[in-house]
Design a protein around this ligand. Structure first.
Ligand SMILES: Nc1nc2c(c(=O)[nH]1)N[C@H]1C(S)=C(S)[C@@H](COP(=O)(O)OP(=O)(O)OC[C@H]3O[C@@H](n4cnc5c(=O)[nH]c(N)nc54)[C@H](O)[C@@H]3O)O[C@H]1N2
Ligand SMILES: Nc1nc2c(c(=O)[nH]1)N[C@H]1C(S)=C(S)[C@@H](COP(=O)(O)OP(=O)(O)OC[C@H]3O[C@@H](n4cnc5c(=O)[nH]c(N)nc54)[C@H](O)[C@@H]3O)O[C@H]1N2
Ligand SMILES: [Mo]
Length: 767
C-alpha cells in the first residue's frame, strides 16, 4: 500500500510531504476544502523563528537562588541548560512541594488548546504524570464557555446540550429568519478543537442567503461576512442582549404570540418568567420601550423584530462571546427562553443554534461514540478551582468562593506546571496575573515557542510541534479522523511532552506505570483500537489501524443527538425527559433559586454588568466598551510570529476598531498608533477607523503576545496590543465563576511618543 502523508491542526486537515534532509515539510489543505484558512500560513515561517525554543532554559535567579528569586519572574534572562539539569531541578521542586504542602500545592490545571492529536495532548500527558506523582490541584470548565456550560447543564440537562443546534442543510430547507446574537463571524468557523474536516460554514451560509433567508445580526461589531446590504444590523450596546430579548418576549406576550402549548408540555417556570417580564414581580414591565433605554435601539426596531420573529420560522443563533461577560449565564438562559416561548425548539431549522459559526461545522453534531483519549489516570487529589479563578487562587489562598451551589476553598499553591496553554494569553488583568505568578516557589512551562508564560517561568522545557511526531486527530464536530505523520525531525533539543514526562516519571520512580511499556506508535495503535471498539459497540465500523494510517482523512456520518433530544422532548415529553430535575426545559430553576445568589436568580433576568456603557465610569473616565474577539489570522496566541498573524497587524501592533465619531473626537486617524488604558493597564494598538463598529465601542482581538515594559506594573506600557492587560478579572457570577473579559471599559488616545519596539518574540538569554 502506498503511504499518503497527512497531518491535522485545530484549523484544518492537510495532505503533506515530509521535509527531507532538513527541508521544511510541505502541507496542502485537503483537496475539496471549499474554504481553507490562512491561519495555516503561520506554520511556514515559524519553523526557524527566533521565538522557537531549542534547549531547556532556566531563569538566572532561579538557577542561583531557587524560589527565593520569585519576585524576578518576568524581569530576568534565561540560561540554556542540559535536559538532566532542567529535569533534576523540576523533580526536586515537585518533591519538595508535595512534602511540605501535599500534592494539592501543585497547580496542574493547565488550561489551553495545545495542538491537535489524541496522544500528544500536552495537558493529558501532564495530568497523567501528576496523578501518578500523587495528584494536583486541577480546574473545571473552560475560558470558552464556562457560563454556558454551567447554566445549560441546569436548564437543558447536560453540558453536551451546548451543541444543540442544526446544520446548514436543515437551515437551508427550513429557516426563514435567522437572528444572530453576536453576528456571524465566520473567521471563527476556521477552527474546531482537535482538527476539522472541510470548512463548510461559509458555503453553507452563502447558500442560505442565496435562497432568501432573512438575517438580522445583533452585535456591536459588523463582521466581514455579515456586512452586506441584505443583512440587517442591529448595533445594540454590548452586554445588553438580555434586555433586548426580554423586550421581544414582552411584545410576544402582549400580542398573544407565545406558544403556551409548548410551554405547558415541555417547560417549567414559564409563568414566573412571564410575571417578571410583565412587571408583576418587580413593578417594571420589560417592554420594548424599557429595552430601548438599555440597548440603545429604537423601541420600534425591537417591536418590528419581535413581529417578524413571531411570524416566520425563526432560528435564534447565539455566539459564545456573549457569555464571556458579567452575568454571562443570562443571555444564554434567556436565548433558550426566547426560543422556547416562540415555540420553535425541537422543530427543524428553528429554535436555537448555540454557537453556529463559533467553530467549523458546529451544527453538524457528533459521533455516537467516544474517541480514545490519552488516559489521565485516577485523580489522586480532589482540590480544584473554577478555571478562571487562577489569579484569585494564587493571591488569596484560603479564601472560600461560591461556585454552582458549592463552596470552593482556594488552595495554597507553591508550584505551577503549565503544558499546552498560555495563561498570559487567556487570562484577564495580566498585570495582576504577573503579581499572582510571583507567589509560588516554582513555575515550569512546556512549550515549543517562548510565549509570554515562559518569560514568567523558572524552568522552560522545549516541546516538539505536531509536525515533529506521529499521532492521529479527530474533529470535535462532524466525524473526521486524520492520521498525523511525522514530517520533520525535532527542532534542536525539543522533546515530545510524553518523553519529557516519562523522563520525569523515571526520576520519581514510576516510569513504567506512566508509559505502560508503550512507545509513540504503540500508544497510537492502542488508542485507535479502543476507538474502534467504542465505534463497533455503537454499530459503526472503523478500518484497522494500518488501513487508516496509510489512507487520508476519513469521514464518518454523525448524529446530532443534542438537537435530537429536543425533537424527542417536543414529540413526547413524558417518554423523553431531559436530564433536568423536572425533565423539562427549566425557565425557572428551583435548584438555582435555592442557591440564593444575588447575581444569578431563579429565572433569566436583566442584571446590570459591573462595567458597561450604562455605568457612571462610562460617562466620565472610561467611555469606551472594549470587546476582545478571536483573531482572524491565528488561533489565540499560537504562532503569533507567523506570516498570517503578522499580516493582520499594522506596524506590528494589534488593530483597534474604532468608530469615526470616537476617532474624530480624539484626533485619531486611520492607521494611527493609539494607547488604550484604564486602571488595570495600558496597551498600544493601531487604529482602524470604521463604521463597522458602534460608537462607544472598540475592538482589539486577542492573541498578540503580552509585551509589557514592566510586567506587573499597571502603569507600564504593553507595547504589542494585548487586550487582556485591560480586561477585568472577575467571575461572571457565583454560579459559574466564568471569565468575564467582554465587560470592560477603557479610554483611548492617540499615541504621540516614540514607538517602542516589540520584544515579545526575543528570548532573553543570559550572557
Ligand atoms: N480578552 C479575552 N481573553 C480570552 C478570550 C477572549 O475572547 N477575550 N477567549 C478565551 C478563549 S475562548 C480561550 S479558548 C482561551 C485560549 O487560551 P489558550 O488555549 O491558552 O491559548 P493558545 O494560544 O491556544 O495557547 C496554547 C499554547 O500551547 C502551545 N502548544 C501547542 N502545541 C503544544 C504541544 O504539543 N505541547 C506543548 N507543551 N505546548 C503546545 C502553543 O505554542 C501555545 O503557547 O483564551 C481566552 N481568553
Ligand atoms: N480564527 C479564529 N477562530 C477561532 C478562534 C481563534 O482564536 N481564531 N478561537 C476559537 C475558540 S477557542 C472559541 S471559544 C470560539 C469563540 O467564539 P466566540 O466567542 O463566538 O467569538 P468572539 O470572536 O469572541 O466573538 C464573536 C462576536 O460576538 C460579538 N459580541 C461580543 N460581545 C457581544 C455582546 O455583548 N453582545 C452581542 N450581541 N454581541 C457580542 C462580537 O461581534 C464578536 O465579534 O472561536 C473559535 N474560533
Ligand atoms: Mo475558546
Amino acid at each position: 500500500m502506498t503511504k499518503r502523508f497527512s497531518t491535522a491542526a485545530h484549523w484544518g486537515v492537510y495532505e503533506a510531504e515530509p521535509g527531507i534532509a532538513g527541508a521544511p515539510a510541505v502541507i496542502r489543505p485537503l483537496a475539496g476544502d471549499p474554504d481553507p484558512t490562512q491561519v495555516a500560513n503561520n506554520l511556514a515561517d515559524v519553523r526557524d523563528t527566533r521565538a522557537r525554543i531549542t534547549t531547556p532554559l532556566v531563569r538566572e535567579g532561579y538557577l542561583a537562588d531557587g524560589p527565593d528569586s520569585r519576585e524576578q519572574r518576568g524581569r530576568e534572562a534565561f540560561v540554556p541548560v542540559s535536559w538532566d539539569t532542567a529535569l533534576d531541578l523540576a523533580a526536586g521542586a515537585l518533591d519538595d512541594t508535595r512534602t511540605r504542602l501535599g500534592n494539592q500545592g501543585i497547580f496542574g490545571g493547565s488550561y489551553g488548546w495545545a495542538s491537535a492529536g489524541r496522544f500528544h495532548h500536552a495537558q493529558s500527558q501532564m495530568k497523567r504524570f501528576l496523578n501518578l506523582a500523587g495528584g494536583f490541584t486541577s480546574s473545571v470548565n473552560t475560558y470558552s464557555s464556562a457560563a454556558a456550560e454551567v447554566i445549560i447543564n441546569h436548564i437543558l440537562g447536560g453540558g453536551d446540550m451546548i451543541n444543540a443546534g442544526c446544520d446548514w442543510d436543515e437551515i437551508h430547507d427550513n429557516t426563514e429568519l435567522m437572528v444572530c446574537f453576536g453576528g456571524m463571524p465566520l473567521k471563527n468557523a476556521a477552527i474546531d478543537p482537535g482538527s476539522t474536516g472541510p470548512h463548510i460554514d461559509r458555503p453553507g451560509w452563502e447558500r442560505c442567503l442565496k435562497r432568501g433567508m432573512e438575517v438580522v445580526c445583533v452585535s456591536p461589531i459588523r463582521h466581514e461576512d455579515d456586512n452586506r446590504a441584505d443583512i440587517a444590523w442591529l448595533s445594540a450596546r454590548p452586554n445588553s442582549d438580555v434586555a433586548l430579548m426580554l423586550g421581544i418576549v414582552h411584545w410576544l406576550d402582549q400580542h398573544d404570540r407565545i406558544d403556551h402549548d409548548f410551554l405547558a408540555r415541555c417547560c417549567v417556570g414559564g409563568e414566573q418568567l412571564l410575571a417578571y417580564i410583565r412587571g408583576e414581580s418587580d413593578g417594571v414591565a420589560k417592554s420594548p420601550a424599557w429595552a430601548s433605554d438599555i440597548t440603545g435601539l429604537d423601541a420600534a426596531t425591537i417591536t418590528g423584530l419581535a413581529e417578524r420573529m413571531a411570524t416566520r420560522k425563526t432560528l435564534v443563533v447565539i455566539a459564545w462571546a456573549l457569555q464571556r461577560a458579567d452575568h454571562g449565564e443570562q443571555p444564554f438562559w434567556m436565548a433558550v427562553a426566547l426560543a422556547a416561548l416562540l415555540g420553535g425548539l425541537g422543530k427543524p431549522g428553528q429554535g436555537l443554534g448555540i454557537g453556529l459559526g463559533t467553530f467549523n461545522n458546529y451544527g453538524a453534531g457528533r459521533l455516537p461514540f467516544r474517541n480514545a483519549a490519552f488516559p489521565q489516570g485516577k485523580r489522586a487529589c480532589d482540590s480544584y478551582i473554577p478555571v478562571s479563578r487562577l489569579a484569585d487562587m494564587l493571591l488569596e489562598p484560603g479564601t472560600t468562593i461560591p461556585y454552582d451551589g458549592k463552596q470552593v476553598t482556594l488552595p495554597e499553591i507553591d508550584m505551577i506546571w503549565w503544558a499546552g496553554g498560555n495563561p498570559f494569553h487567556h487570562h484577564q488583568d495580566l498585570h495582576r496575573l504577573c503579581t499572582a505568578f510571583r507567589q509560588p516557589g516554582t513555575v515550569i512551562v512546556n512549550d515549543s515557542f517562548f510565549q509570554p508564560t515562559c518569560r514568567m517561568a523558572d524552568i522552560v522545557l522545549p516541546a516538539t510541534t505536531f509536525l515533529e511526531r506521529n499521532d492521529w486527530a479527530a474533529s470535535a464536530h462532524g466525524g473526521f479522523f486524520t492520521p498525523m505523520h511525522k514530517l520533520s525531525e525535532a527542532h534542536g533539543e525539543a522533546r515530545n511532552d510524553h518523553d519529557i514526562f516519562a523522563a520525569m516519571a523515571k526520576r520519581l520512580g514510576f516510569r513504567d506505570a506512566f508509559t505502560e511499556g508503550r512507545d509513540e506508535m504503540g500508544w497510537i495503535r492502542h488508542m485507535w483500537g479502543i476507538t474502534r471498539d467504542n465505534a463497533r459497540r455503537a454499530g459503526r465500523e472503523l478500518p484497522d489501524f494500518e488501513t487508516f494510517w496509510h489512507g487520508g482523512t476519513l469521514s464518518l456520518p454523525v448524529d446530532n443527538d443534542s438537537s435530537g433530544k429536543l425533537i424527542r422532548l417536543r414529540r413526547d415529553p413524558e417518554a423523553h425527559p431531559l436530564r433536568t430535575p423536572s425533565g423539562k426545559i427549566e425557565l425557572f430553576s428551583e435548584t438555582i433559586a435555592g442557591f440564593g445568589y444575588d447575581d444569578c436568580p431563579g429565572h433569566p433576568a436583566w442584571l446590570e454588568p459591573h462595567e458597561w456603557l450604562g455605568n457612571e465610569a462610562a460617562a466620565t473616565r472610561y467611555p469606551l466598551h472594549l470587546m476582545s474577539d478571536q483573531p482572524k489570522g491565528r488561533l489565540h496566541s499560537q504562532l503569533d510570529p507567523g506570516s498570517a498573524s503578522q499580516a493582520s497587524k499594522l506596524r506590528g501592533r494589534e488593530p483597534v476598531l474604532i468608530n469615526p465619531d470616537d476617532a474624530a473626537a480624539r484626533g485619531i486617524e486611520d492607521g494611527d498608533i493609539v494607547r488604550l488604558f484604564n486602571t488595570r493597564g495600558a496597551a498600544l494598538g493601531a487604529a482602524i477607523v470604521t463604521e463597522r463598529i458602534r460608537p462607544g465601542v472598540i475592538n482589539m482581538a486577542t492573541g498578540s503576545w503580552f509585551d509589557a515594559e514592566d510586567p506587573g506594573n499597571a502603569d507600564s506600557l504593553e507595547r504589542h496590543g494585548n487586550p487582556n492587560v485591560l480586561t477585568r478579572d472577575r467571575g461572571c457570577s457565583s454560579l459559574s465563576q466564568g471569565p468575564s473579559c467582554n465587560s470592560a471599559l477603557v479610554q483611548c488616545e492617540k499615541f504621540t511618543g516614540n514607538l517602542p519596539p516589540v520584544e515579545a518574540f526575543d528570548i532573553p538569554l543570559a550572557g
